[in-house]
Write a protein that binds this ligand. Structure first.
Ligand code: UDX
Length: 461
């Protein structure tokens, strides 16, 4: 099928490349010329495992093209994905101005046959109808311009489109895997023609032709109305964020009563009604989705006169959790002024270079306020030379340099490679071998053997 994806951030680029890989013909549109040039040369502007390889393959087999020309993309696609960002405003609402511009732009270029316009961006509930209205506004603009230029105003077929909400559930760091191995596909629309085209588009994914485990039953496709599909995205993220805040709250109680949250999580996770995933206690959730989506849902509830107390508490617990590592440092080192603390990891989670709303940023701010000297090592931040929001931090190029002279280390991100560092050597290089494991990720016994004083989160102090 012919597909156009507008916006080449995490969601747009991964969607475009994966749809090209399963045999569709995709044009990705972005208004950033430099980024488009980079992608045309086969380079991915984001780090996502497996993405560059698939991207280069798709370019070679001519299944994907990149352009800044929205008109060309709209003319090409029978299915048009809107995948531009909806970043949070200071109020917690989503900033929908990019979606608005794209929807109008689509309308201004619509002509020819029937199109399905797919909302992939996480948009406030009710946006499907709003997008429809904006596209029609764009069509009206186009008609006005045509009449002005002496052309014909008869373009009835140009408005032949439907809007579908198709939320994504991709995790950063495994977005390609998640696209080919989804738990479900959600399609929100009351229009059967649009739904059947969407089912055709996703057929190779639904049949698990590209899945890691091809023997699994086909992927469930859930067809709902527009607003319910939009709500599913928010509810899923809010539930997962709340689940993490829940286990973090349990961890804080464990710390006080002398229980071990990792054992408690195992114990409750074996109950199939609870499930064992997303029960890893630590310094809390961050990233580009959870904080933004939970705030937006609280805001929507507020707009409709409902005080979403549980969600507000999930956010409060998460904010407190982020600085839990500092409380632990104070327990051990007492005064932090003049001490040196090394952060192992900076990104909000492993296998990504994303620092958006990362717990590390709050930890850095607090430590800086307390007069602590801050060093950090992160496998990807060191590699990409990224320094965003890190003006008070000395970024080291390897873990041993990080340890050198530190009064304590804090493990902030659970990068796999942190499990196999030479901790004995690092302990020797430190002024004071203390390690606060902010993700309960390391083996306490091994660390203590290596000479560290080890403290996790919710593991008996
Ligand atoms: C999330 C959702 O998982 C995904 O479905 C949605 O599309 C986008 O938001 P992502 O932000 O990439 O994906 O990261 P995820 O792996 O879900 O982790 C989010 C945060 O929660 C990270 O900061 C992670 O460290 C933290 N986390 C996760 C925990 O603290 N404990 C856990 O048990 C799991």
């Amino acid at each position: 099928m012919r597909v156009c994806v507008i916006g080449t951030g995490y969601v747009g680029l991964v969607t475009g490349v994966c749809l090209a890989h399963i045999g569709h013909h995709v044009i990705c549109v972005d208004n950033n010329e430099e980024k488009v040039k980079l992608m045309q040369s086969g380079q991915s502007p984001i780090f996502e495992p497996g993405l560059s390889e698939l991207m280069q393959e798709a370019i070679q087999s001519q299944h994907i093209e990149f352009t800044t020309d929205l008109g060309a993309g709209v003319a090409h696609g029978e299915i048009l994905f809107i995948a531009v960002g909806t970043p949070p405003l200071p109020t917690g609402e989503s900033d929908t101005r990019y979606v608005e511009a794209v929807a109008r732009g689509i309308g201004e270029h619509l002509n020819g046959g029937y199109k399905v316009i797919v909302n992939k961006s996480t948009v406030p509930i009710g946006s499907g109808d709003w997008v429809r209205m904006l596209v029609l506004d764009g069509v009206a603009e186009q008609q006005k311009a045509a009449v002005g230029a002496g052309g014909s105003a008869v373009m009835d077929r140009s408005a032949d489109f439907d809007v579908v909400s198709n939320p994504e559930f991709l995790r950063e760091g495994s977005a390609v895997y998640d696209t080919f191995n989804p738990d479900r596909i959600v399609l929100g629309s009351n229009n059967s023609r649009a739904i059947s085209l969407m089912k055709e588009l996703y057929a190779p994914i639904v049949s698990r032709e590209f899945a890691e485990d091809k023997s699994l039953p086909t992927v469930p496709v859930l067809v709902t109305d527009l607003s319910s599909a939009e709500m599913i995205k928010y509810a899923a993220n809010a539930f997962l964020a709340t689940k993490i805040s829940f286990i973090n709250e349990v961890a804080n109680i464990c710390d006080r009563v002398g229980a071990d949250v990792t054992q408690v999580a195992r114990g409750i996770g074996l109950d199939s009604r609870i499930g064992n995933k997303f029960l890893q206690a630590g310094i809390g959730w961050g990233g580009s989705c959870f904080p933004k989506d939970v705030s937006a849902l609280i805001h929507t509830a507020d707009d409709y006169g409902y005080d979403a107390q549980l969600l507000k508490s999930a956010v409060t617990v998460n904010q407190r959790q982020r600085v839990m590592a500092i409380e632990k440092l104070q327990q051990v080192l007492k005064i932090l002024k003049g001490k040196t603390v090394g952060l192992l990891g900076l990104t909000f989670k492993p296998d990504t270079d994303d620092m958006r709303d990362a717990p590390a940023l709050d930890i850095i701010e607090q430590l800086h306020r307390l007069g602590t000297k801050i060093k950090a090592y992160d496998p990807l931040v060191a590699q990409s030379g990224m320094r965003h929001g890190l003006s008070n931090v000395h970024v080291e190029t390897d873990p041993e340099r990080l340890a050198d002279g530190c009064d304590a280390l804090v493990l902030v991100t659970d990068w796999k490679e942190f499990r196999t560092l030479d901790y004995s050597k690092m302990a020797q290089l430190m002024a004071n071998p203390v390690l606060i494991d902010g993700r309960n990720f390391l083996d306490q016994e091994a660390l203590e053997k290596a000479g560290f004083r080890y403290m996790g989160i919710g593991r008996c102090g």
